[in-house]
Design a protein around this ligand. Structure first.
Ligand SMILES: Nc1nc2c(c(=O)[nH]1)N[C@H]1C(S)=C(S)[C@@H](COP(=O)(O)OP(=O)(O)OC[C@H]3O[C@@H](n4cnc5c(N)ncnc54)[C@H](O)[C@@H]3O)O[C@H]1N2
Ligand code: MOO
Length: 406
């Protein structure tokens, strides 16, 4: 049997990062920037008004007060984007709106609230310091500044910054396109009729959601029956849109294990047993002329989910260039005793919470690999190491806290 580390390493060695290219800005959400972004311009690009009011020369307002206002003729109006270049001379004012460029000659803005809001002439009740209510050019960012480091994960703020600096695209590795195929004669689409021996295809939905949650694009093919011909045909048709294929089911020791049967014949996919529970049967390789990577997951729902978390999620992150590939482990205090089989790594469903006494994780009873109900109650996986056979209440344990961005 392989260890979890062996199998993961084999997958990560076999699946490289995708090539980076320009991505439309919003599409780049969650992707790491491939190269540092150097600002092509100052921001603000020009001195502009922080307030709606009047652009003036501060020296003209010396001594202004409510009793003795300074009265200035208003020689024009500039709104943001009004396209009017402007200059003022001594003893005049220009009405100005927030964001409009400061006219040449002006060195401060007086907000409307400190005036009588006059149109032809304005009474101003207070003096203004030089630069008051002006947002200076380059105050925020200077041309040539490195504003985003290589590898920065692009979020709404970074995307807003890139757009503000005039970049219509961001250079990043694309979201991997992941095709999800579930296999089994017994599977039916949710919403359709079940026979006495059929079940709904939960896995392809679960895995598709997990793919999307990982930041990749999912093409969910749904269930394919246990005929090798059909499986082979569906798989080959899907490769045109796949950077990675993920399958569920058909890889253990049964008579109708279609994935194993079909792909073993190719010779480029290895089916192995990994010393973990759930998720013992696993497979990885490359298929057809395209040499598209494929990760084959076991069909039991919990096994498929845990295998996705342990093997597919790091692979997707590697393709996107997103580090760390693996979810960081969190230490938590175990709230009940646990036992485990020696020699295998066990991933036990648990409920993680942070209490006033610190992080705590409570195992969920029922560790059958088919118990999706108990999986859905969990928000964490407790890791019981290969060398551990028992963990006691109060022990500090390693935990994967699911659904947390990292
Ligand atoms: N003789 C042995 N039998 C089994 C072994 C073994 O070592 N020797 N391993 C067991 C373990 S562990 C696992 S895990 C499963 C994995 O089996 P497969 O990957 O071949 O999966 P299937 O046989 O196709 O299905 C297993 C189970 O899961 C249900 N299933 C499958 N697909 C879906 C789906 N899309 N949605 C919901 N449920 C699904 C399926 O109906 C079966 O109940 O093998 C054990 N057997
Ligand atoms: O290893 Mo299987 O994944 O337990 O059910």
């Amino acid at each position: 049997m392989l260890t979890v580390e062996d199998h993961l390493e084999k997958i990560l060695r076999g699946i490289g990062p995708l090539g980076a290219y320009d991505q439309p800005l919003v599409e780049s959400l969650g992707l790491p920037l491939h190269e540092a972004f150097v600002s092509p311009s100052d921001l603000p690009l020009f001195d502009n008004s922080a307030m709606d009011g009047y652009a003036i020369r501060s020296e003209d307002l010396v001594g202004a007060s409510r009793e003795q206002p300074v009265v200035l003729p208003v020689v024009g109006e500039i709104a943001a984007g009004s396209g009017r270049p402007f200059a003022i001379s001594a003893g005049t004012a220009v009405k100005i709106m927030t964001g409009a460029p400061i006219p040449r000659g002006a060195d401060a803005v007086v907000p409307f609230e400190k005036t009588d809001r006059g149109n032809a002439r304005v009474e101003i009740y207070e003096p203004a310091a030089r630069g008051a209510c002006i947002r200076p050019k380059g105050d925020d960012i200077k041309a040539g500044d490195t504003v985003l480091a290589e590898g920065t994960v692009l979020g709404p703020r970074e995307i807003g910054l890139l757009a503000s600096l005039g970049a219509p695209r961001a250079k990043a590795r694309p979201r991997p396109r992941v095709v999800v195929i579930s296999t089994g004669d017994e599977l039916r689409e949710p919403g359709t009729h079940l026979d006495f021996d059929s079940i709904h295809d939960g896995n392809s939905y679960m895995l598709a959601a997990a793919v999307r949650d990982a930041g990749a694009i999912c093409y969910r093919v749904g269930a394919v029956d246990d005929s090798p011909r059909t499986f082979r045909k569906v798989l080959s048709e899907q490769l045109v849109r796949a950077d990675l294929v993920v399958t569920s089911g058909g890889i253990s020791k049964g008579d109708h294990d279609v994935v194993k049967e079909t792909l073993s014949a190719l010779g480029t996919v290895d089916f192995v047993e990994v010393a973990m529970q759930p998720g013992k049967p696993q497979g990885f390789g490359k298929v057809f002329d395209e040499q598209t990577p494929i990760i084959t997951l076991p069909g039991n729902a919990v096994s498929a989910y845990v295998s996705f978390e342990v093997f597919v999620l790091p692979a997707i992150r590697r393709m996107m260039g997103r580090t760390p590939y693996r979810r960081p482990m969190v230490h938590a205090v175990l709230a009940a005793d646990l036992t485990s089989t020696p020699g295998i790594r066990q991933y036990v469903r648990g409920v993680f919470e942070v209490t006033h006494r610190g992080a705590k994780v409570t195992p969920i009873l029922g560790n059958g690999s088919h118990l999706i109900g108990s999986l859905a109650k969990a928000n964490a996986l407790i890791i019981v190491g290969e060398d551990q056979t028992a963990l006691n209440m109060g022990d500090t344990v390693r935990t994967l806290v699911l659904d947390r961005p990292f």
